[in-house]
Write a protein that binds this ligand. Structure first.
Ligand code: SF4
Ligand code: SF4
Length: 498
């Protein structure tokens, strides 16, 4: 694939001059009828779509109070305008969060406010036309739902939520996006985003066992569908097939082995990702998550531990209890859900696994906070645990850790540019440009501190960065799973038992 032209990195994030319409033509591939129908949506755009779309917006306004408030309270102060990575990378003013919201707010005013009904021009309101729907489709698929803008909004308006609503309305009239809807169909039919069948999964796990034994001489097991195991591990399915994801998965297995904890993955629910959130459809999100509850019940496990996936951690941490709880069939000693980083850090802190930090001495590591973890979840027992727990794991297994610019980490972290259902090839130009703020911050610590590894706990971030960083002259081997670093450092046969 041809390299996408990028500006040379300087280590500084600049606010660009605007270029109206710069990305108006960026268009995510539309879903085919079978992708939409698999989720219960109309296969194609329905005949009376304008009427139905406005009816759907009315239903959402009645049930989603946050959305109604967001439609009414923006004062157009502009505090969010330069906070979106897609605006910074593309210069298109419609990628300013306030402008993105206005695409739907103008229609809201037209149909749901008195001023907009009777004096549309004065109220800056507009009809829902074919052109407006096209703009919605294009620009609401240029929002990765990262929530960075909401941190800076004095009213806490969450553009991610607005973008989810827009996608929900479009799905309801048969205007779905292929990448998300096709993948969701695969999860519901096959149990994972990749459509990986049970046999293929079993072969992959067997291959991991052979590989680890050949490399270390230790027979670490990677079990599937083992009834009565203590832990059900739910990874993102990317962990089964490509680097650096698999290196993290191999690390999970080594940690369980050393802790002497029996564990298993499930062939029925082998996927932690939940794109139901990206399309704003709670029913689909619930169906995807429900498979995990069913698998845990079927296998009779005591606890659920989840792998490195950012948006899925948000779904689990923030919504599982409502969607698929209560978890009264699990051992109440353990928190549900537990993140693999929490599990590993607890073992390290208790001295239950032995670590040789020098195994990572060739690495100077920085950490990329993934947006859905940073701004949509927590971790551990203290506020801010979602920032500290993964860092504590890294610092426990590496001697050389460096932070990137504080304006680009923790709660104000920049998105990788591929989240929110945008990790698809036809949007590669957008993805490369949207990654520019993170590439700048990374370049800065590469130059000043010799950083050669950027660790992360999100499957989408890993897939996105390995693909786009080479466009900035940064090798894909810069990207690492946090549990890949753990895998390097954990001493097999060093210490056993929880
Ligand atoms: S949620 Fe993220 S991607 Fe969407 S407008 Fe805000 S900053 Fe941009
Ligand atoms: S910061 Fe909030 S109130 Fe200000 S323009 Fe942006 S969304 Fe509107």
């Amino acid at each position: 694939m041809a390299k996408i032209k990028t500006e040379p990195l300087t280590g500084k994030i600049r606010v660009p001059s605007i270029e109206p319409g710069a990305t108006a033509h960026y268009r995510a591939n539309p879903a085919k009828p079978e992708h939409n129908e698999a989720l219960g949506f109309p296969g194609e755009k329905i005949a009376n779509w304008e009427v139905k779309a406005i009816e759907k917006m009315g239903e959402i306004l009645d049930t989603n109070r946050a959305f109604r408030v967001y439609m009414d309270i923006c004062v157009r102060c502009g505090a969010c305008a330069d906070k979106c990575h897609y605006f910074l990378g593309t210069k298109d003013p419609n990628n300013m969060p306030v402008a993105r919201q206005e695409l739907i707010r103008k229609v809201y005013r037209r149909y749901f406010t008195i001023g907009g009904k009777y004096f549309p021009e004065q109220a800056d309101a507009c009809d829902l036309t074919e052109d407006v729907l096209d703009e919605w489709y294009n620009y609401f698929h240029q929002c990765s739902q990262c929530r960075r803008c909401s941190v800076y909004c004095p009213y806490g308006i969450d553009t991610a939520e607005v973008s989810m609503v827009a996608r929900d309305i479009m799905d309801s009239i048969g205007v779905g996006q292929k990448y998300c809807n096709e993948i969701l169909g695969k999860v519901l039919n096959e149990g994972n985003n990749l459509g990986l069948a049970k046999n293929a999964l079993a072969n992959t796990l067997e291959f991991f066992e052979e590989d680890v034994e050949e490399e270390t001489g230790v027979a670490v097991k990677y079990p599937m569908d083992m009834k009565g195991a203590d832990v059900l591990l739910i990874p993102p399915s990317a962990d089964f097939f490509s680097s650096p994801h698999v290196d993290g998965f191999i690390g999970y297995g080594k940690v369980f082995h050393e802790a002497g904890v029996s564990w298993t993955v499930s062939s029925y629910a082998s996927e932690f990702a939940n794109f139901g959130m990206f399309i704003g459809d709670n029913e689909t999100m619930k169906k995807v998550a429900m498979r995990i509850r069913e698998a845990a019940l079927e296998l009779g496990v005591k606890r659920i531990v989840v792998g490195e996936c950012g948006h899925a951690w948000r779904v689990a941490y923030s919504f599982w209890n409502t969607l698929i709880g209560p978890f009264d069939f699990l051992d109440p000693k353990y928190k549900t859900p537990t993140h693999m980083c929490e599990f590993t850090l607890d073992l390290i802190n208790r001295g239950a696994i032995k670590i040789d930090k020098s195994a990572n001495d060739d690495l100077v590591v920085t950490f990329h906070d993934s947006c859905n973890v940073a701004r949509g979840s927590g971790m551990g027992n203290k506020p801010g645990g979602q920032f500290d727990v993964p860092r504590d794991v890294i610092k426990a297994v590496c001697n050389n850790f460096v932070e990137m610019d504080e304006e680009t980490i923790r709660e104000v972290t920049f998105c990788c540019g591929g989240g929110g259902g945008l990790l698809t090839d036809e949007l590669l130009d957008l993805r490369v440009k949207g990654a520019s703020p993170r590439a700048e911050a990374l370049h800065d610590v590469m130059e000043r501190k010799g950083v050669n590894t950027m660790a992360m706990i999100c499957a989408i971030c890993k897939a996105q960065f390995t693909k786009v960083l080479p466009n900035y002259g940064i090798g894909m081997d810069m990207v690492a799973s946090v549990h890949q670093l753990v895998s390097n450092a954990v001493v097999l046969g060093g210490k056993k038992g929880v």
